[in-house]
Design a protein around this ligand. Structure first.
Ligand SMILES: [Mn+2]
Length: 375
């Protein structure tokens, strides 16, 4: 039997709301995930991308990862890794996670699917990795999956690591893959990119978005309130997969409160009271409606103990009528602007393709995208 921990989207270095404390939170939840794997005595770790929040992480983020990598190295545990859309560098730069290869951090599938074969208790296990394919790379996904699927056919035990938007886990415009086009010969599809966790284990291949280890945006609050954040502990043996979500305890509780001057204190108390078991002070995003004495409310909120407050944001009644659409992904903004899914997908595709490139490269990439070849 092989046992591994599937974690994803740790976004090391992300400083939500520009708060130092939120940057620390991301390191803590990442370390909790690592410690869960070690306590469960996994054979190896599988990280499905967005290890760092950017392709050019801060020295602090690199150092935090180094500490974890050293810990794994000292226990002889390999971490298999792919790049997400956040941590794929400019064409000319080195890949941050690959700096740690000497500590047993093994990056897979930079441009094409990459297969490795491990052996546990005389059973072979295929691991295929394909880093995030965005922009021009997107068109190659189907072919890379097909190559992987052929390889997986030869193995009883197999894992695919991929970091992509799979429909229907995101809106169609934000997806590169439809779930019906996934390579079905694998036994476990380890996915990254979607931050809400999903585990579909009532059929093969078992499919999972492990989800992020901390909250990157207020969009994740609804799923978080119900499911918390988690990592997957996976056993694979003789073609059978047993995957179980393990909830993280260190992820700071975060919630939105939309209230008015009469009820906001009660609403805050209710959440603070409910979260007594949590070691960390909860972080509340507060919006207060109505025509109110703002200074008075700000003063009262400052006096509350054992809670972190973001805001309050004040919204008057008139504003409340025209509710803002829930715009979380860049493509949603394109969609709101163009009001046309083809155009917004194209705009998003162009943006993703050229955002890290210089002017000349961008110009050539766009020409390529439209099939314009210079004679
Ligand atoms: Mn991510």
């Amino acid at each position: 039997m092989a046992r591994f921990l599937h974690l994803s989207d740790t976004h090391l270095g992300y400083k939500e709301y520009m708060m130092d404390l939120r940057e620390n939170d991301f390191y803590e939840s990442f370390n909790e995930a690592i410690d869960i794997g070690l306590e469960e005595n996994v054979d190896f770790f599988v990280h499905t991308g967005d290890l760092f929040d950017t392709w050019s992480p801060s020295n602090r983020a690199l150092n935090e990862f180094k500490k974890a990598a050293l810990k794994l190295y000292s226990k002889n545990k390999t971490m298999y890794l792919i790049m997400g859309d956040h941590d794929r560098p400019k064409r000319t730069d080195e890949i941050a996670s690959r700096i740690f290869d000497f500590l047993g951090v093994k990056l897979l599938g930079v441009n094409n699917i990459e297969n490795i074969v491990l052996n546990y208790n005389n059973e072979d296990l295929l691991i295929s990795g394909l880093s995030n394919m965005k922009g021009l790379r997107k068109d190659n996904i189907t072919e890379e999956y097909r190559k992987g699927d052929i390889a997986a056919k030869e193995y009883k035990n197999s894992i695919l690591m991929s970091h992509q938007g799979v429909y229907p886990y995101l809106i169609k415009e934000a997806c590169e893959v439809d779930s019906k086009d996934l390579p079905l010969n694998y036994k476990y599809l380890a996915f990254g990119h979607v931050h809400d966790s999903h585990l579909i284990d009532d059929r093969y291949p078992v499919f999972s978005y492990a989800g992020s280890t901390d909250i990157n945006s207020s969009n994740e609050l609804k799923h978080f309130a119900k499911n918390k954040k988690s990592v997957n502990l996976v056993d694979i043996e003789n073609g059978t997969v047993n995957a179980q979500q393990i909830k993280l305890k260190t992820t700071r509780y975060q919630a939105e409160i939309k209230s008015d001057y009469r009820n906001y204190m009660k609403d805050i108390d209710e959440i603070v009271g409910r979260r007594m078991d949590n070691e960390k002070d909860p972080l509340l995003l507060i919006t207060i409606h109505g025509d109110v004495d703002r200074d008075e409310i700000r003063k009262k909120i400052r006096e509350i103990q054992n809670v972190l407050i973001k805001g309050p944001v004040f919204e008057n009644e008139i504003k409340r009528i025209s509710e803002k659409p829930n715009l979380s992904k860049l493509i949603d903004y394109f969609q709101a602007y163009f009001n046309d899914s083809d155009l917004s997908a194209l705009a998003s595709n162009i943006y993703e393709t050229i955002k890290n490139e210089d002017v000349n490269t961008s110009y050539n990439l766009i020409k390529n995208l439209f099939g314009m070849v210079e004679k």
